[in-house]
Design a protein around this ligand. Structure first.
Ligand SMILES: Nc1nc2c(ncn2[C@@H]2O[C@H](COP(=O)(O)OP(=O)(O)OP(=O)(O)O)[C@@H](O)[C@H]2O)c(=O)[nH]1
Ligand SMILES: [Mg+2]
Length: 209
């Protein structure tokens, strides 16, 4: 049986970033609903909720899925606020998505991330396309070390390592005292408000002026 809404110990905000087409939305959908369909490019930003138990704690993850397309870049910056975890995704079959991580995305994290201790994870996606691989595992691991990130290779298509991406990130966040404090403050606030939780997505850009 699925857990009833609102029953959790800690709440974390996780952000997915990286070039368009690397598979951010696919990773999220693969994690949340075990489906592996082709998806259209994300417009603006979307988010999904996932409750899971990691390290004996019941967690609520709010996972923000940003658009990689250039024309949405200005929209994205505000979504970094308060994130405890950031997943930087590249496509192992497209080298430019890997180089853009250090040239574009890591810089953006430094610029916009508000949590000094925020945990980062580098993810090389699409390892199922083995014959088309252009970024080796070693290169991925080296960049992760340089950027101070955790590192995993995975496939949203086969679901290899997808769950691990989110669980390992959550476990690491739980080891950082300053992030934990924030996570539980959110719990308190939410408990007071008793807001009903929805399983998905708010409409993009539909914010008040
Ligand atoms: N072979 C393979 N294809 C994948 C994988 N993950 C995603 N794709 C495909 O790559 C394409 C882009 O995936 P998306 O998840 O939409 O990429 P995105 O990073 O969300 O792109 P934006 O929303 O534009 O930033 C889709 O056609 C997916 O089916 C994977 O692990 N393996
Ligand atoms: Mg997307």
């Amino acid at each position: 049986m699925s857990t009833s809404s609102g029953q959790y110990d800690l709440s974390f905000k996780i952000l997915l970033i990286g070039d368009s087409g690397v598979g951010k939305s696919s990773l999220l959908v693969s994690f949340i609903s075990n489906s592996v369909d082709d998806l259209p490019p994300t417009i603006g930003v979307d988010f999904k909720l996932k409750q899971l138990t990691v390290g004996g704690k019941r967690l609520k993850l709010t996972i923000w899925d940003t658009a990689g397309q250039e024309r949405f870049r200005t929209l994205t910056s505000s979504y970094y606020r308060g994130a405890q975890g950031i997943i930087l995704v590249y496509d192992v079959s497209r080298r430019e998505t890997f180089t853009n991580l250090s040239e574009v995305w890591a810089k953006e994290v430094d610029l916009y991330s508000t949590n000094q201790d925020c945990v980062k994870m580098l993810v090389g996606n699409k390892v199922d396309k083995d014959s088309e691989r252009f970024v080796s595992r070693e290169e991925g691991a080296a960049l992760a070390k340089e950027l101070g990130c955790l590192f995993l290779e995975c496939s949203a298509r086969t679901q290899e390592n997808v769950r691990q991406c989110f669980e390992e990130l959550a476990l690491k966040i739980m080891e950082v005292p300053s992030l934990l404090e924030e996570g539980s403050t959110v719990v308190k606030r939410n408990t007071l408000k008793q807001k009903p939780e929805h399983q998905s997505a708010m409409p993009t850009g539909g914010c008040c002026s």
